[in-house]
Ligand binder design. Structure first.
Ligand SMILES: *[C@@H]1O[C@H](CO)[C@@H](O)[C@H](O)[C@H]1NC(C)=O
Ligand SMILES: *[C@@H]1O[C@H](CO)[C@@H](O)[C@H](O)[C@H]1NC(C)=O
Ligand SMILES: *[C@@H]1O[C@H](CO)[C@@H](O)[C@H](O)[C@H]1NC(C)=O
Ligand SMILES: *[C@@H]1O[C@H](CO)[C@@H](O)[C@H](O)[C@H]1NC(C)=O
Ligand SMILES: [Zn+2]
Length: 437
């Protein structure tokens, strides 16, 4: 989206007007909140995030300088591919480091659907700050940096080195950032022992989910063909009847997953989701089409007795069964996306990093159950390097508004999240011992 100077001036005026006349108290707002609001105004939004990156990168560099952190920018050779990270050296740099990973890009926002402009970072009387990235996940980057400021101010010295990566294109799958970055010597030299990555917020005062794996996303399109003709006729097998078999059987599978919730020990994150997402075909209201199609999105959670071969066979069998009395290839399957699982980080006491996370939660009086993320994040690429990754979003009482219109975070909850990050980072950074020689 091209940004002309003119609307920018309007925003600036609107922003100043509101700040000056509606909420004079915001002049005394916590400097951490001011940092967040400044960061939210950089338009690092897809499909055109570059102008936002150009503003964000030097700003982060200055932020690092202010906090006394080393700042690194790595150009990943091809145009617009890069990694940014900051470093706080530990007193024993030979130990595996703590990596805090976040991303500077945000998904697109349509201003006319928002109550306040998505790049204005407007704060209402309740302290709710509206902006694209308020939840996913500019708030996390700033809260981590402010937690580091707190720790530094308190005189804390980490034993392990702490790195903070801020990656470019998590929302598009990491092609410009994490995918190439994990393959570099620079990444290897970060010597990462544990990665704290993106989690998801929940509207709870005293619970935070710790994600230890991600579901695998499969998207596929099934096209059915059959006898075409005048809509007044009744040919034996039409494309519609064949597609009906596909839809019925896949949605029956969906229903069987849903039924598992009857068991109180089963939670939604342990289910495979499947949804019909698009339908198409047909050329007119009085014509039986010779082709119709449906596409599906599936988030797979493998079970001990259910692997990817089984999933694929299920889909292939359904495709086969829909070939009602016809020659082959009347029903065809095409994968749009087929991601395989990038491993699981052990969420129990056999993993020392898990015990540290749980210790921090106890200290903060919150419960931190393990959970599986239904979306894909950059954490999967780090996990695929055999590095443990936990996804954590520490902000209390925060409904998940990621990717939604009017995405927001409340400033009081944002500030509490800083305290929680400080507790967690401190505990991770003083864990002694060479854990993974
Ligand atoms: C599904 O396949 C049909 C042709 O077989 C194509 O016309 C349609 O665009 C595809 N839909 C998606 C979502 O890929
Ligand atoms: C998947 O499980 C089946 C048995 O259900 C087994 O025969 C097959 O080898 C497994 N495939 C993989 C890739 O593990
Ligand atoms: C697919 O069909 C084959 C042959 O009919 C059957 O043996 C197999 O169990 C089916 N697999 C699934 C996952 O339904
Ligand atoms: C946790 O609870 C204990 C005992 O109720 C209390 O002393 C402590 O201040 C609480 N800590 C936090 C971070 O709320
Ligand atoms: Zn995110």
């Amino acid at each position: 989206m091209a940004v002309t100077k003119y609307p920018l001036i309007i925003f600036t005026i609107a922003y100043l007007t509101r700040t000056a006349f509606t909420f004079p108290s915001s002049l005394q707002e916590d400097p951490a909140v001011t940092k967040l609001r400044t960061y939210l105004r950089f338009r690092s939004a897809h499909p055109d995030p570059d102008s936002g990156y150009e503003q964000a990168i030097p700003w982060l560099e200055q932020y690092a300088e202010e906090l006394g952190l080393e700042f690194n920018f790595l150009d990943l050779d091809e145009p617009n591919r890069f990694a940014v990270w900051m470093t706080w050296r530990g007193s024993d740099p030979s130990l595996k480091s703590v990596l805090l990973n976040s991303h500077m890009d945000v998904v697109a926002a349509e201003p006319d659907k928002w109550e306040y402009h998505p790049f204005e970072a407007y704060k209402d009387a309740e302290g709710n700050i509206f902006g694209r990235g308020a939840s996913d996940m500019k708030s996390a980057t700033i809260a981590e940096l402010e937690a580091i400021r707190k720790l530094k101010t308190s005189g804390f010295q980490p034993l392990r080195t702490i790195h903070l990566t801020v990656m470019p294109d998590e929302e598009l799958g990491g092609v410009r950032g994490m995918i190439p970055f994990v393959k570099t010597d620079e990444f290897k030299n970060l010597n990462v022992g544990i990665n704290i990555d993106e989690g998801f917020p929940i509207d709870s005062e005293n619970m935070v989910h710790i994600t230890y794996a991600e579901k695998s996303i499969w998207q596929f399109n099934i096209t059915a063909r059959g006898a075409a003709g005048h809509a007044s006729t009744l040919p034996e097998y039409t494309a519609g009847q064949r597609l009906q078999v596909v839809i019925d059987k896949l949605l029956a599978y969906r229903e069987s997953e849903l039924q598992k919730l009857q068991n109180p020990d089963v939670t939604v994150d342990q289910l495979t989701s499947l949804n019909l997402v698009r339908l198409g075909g047909g050329i007119g209201d009085n014509t039986i089409p010779n082709e119709v199609w449906a596409s599906f999105d599936m988030r797979i959670w493998l079970l001990p007795n259910w692997n990817f071969t089984d999933v694929e066979n299920m889909i292939l069998n359904i495709t086969e069964e829909a070939r009602l009395g016809s020659t082959p290839n009347e029903v065809t399957l095409n994968f749009i996306l087929k991601s395989m699982e990038a491993g699981r980080t052990t969420p129990d006491d056999s993993n020392v990093w898990w015990t540290v996370v749980q210790d921090s939660c106890r200290e903060m009086n919150i419960t931190c159950p393990p959970n599986v993320l239904s979306a894909a994040t950059d954490g999967r690429y780090v996990r695929s390097m055999d590095i443990p990754v936990f996804g954590i979003c520490p902000f209390p009482n925060t409904p998940n508004t990621a990717h939604q219109d009017n995405e927001f975070i409340n400033e009081a909850n944002f500030l509490k999240g800083i305290e929680r990050y400080a507790t967690l980072i401190q505990k991770l950074a003083v864990l002694p011992g060479n854990l993974y020689p």
